[in-house]
Unconditional design. Structure first.
Length: 68
């Protein structure tokens, strides 16, 4: 049985998670600890999204080189 934590999220999902984190950070009632946890989650989502974007760019470049 696959481990759900090892599944890769798609780019759009990661961006939505980051947006959700940003929305939560605009809540004035958050404690510092909660804010840091939410901020960390948002940054992790953005870093994963950036990796996916870089992989897509690499694939695009390889396809372009093959078609020349």
């Amino acid at each position: 049985m696959p481990n759900p934590q090892n599944t890769t999220k798609d780019f759009e999902t990661l961006i939505e998670e980051a947006k959700t984190s940003l929305d939560k950070l605009n809540t004035p009632e958050l404690s510092l600890k909660e804010s840091l946890a939410i901020y960390t989650q948002g940054i992790q989502s953005l870093e994963e999204a950036q990796k996916l974007l870089e992989e897509a760019k690499l694939q695009y470049t390889q396809i372009q080189m093959e078609n020349q």
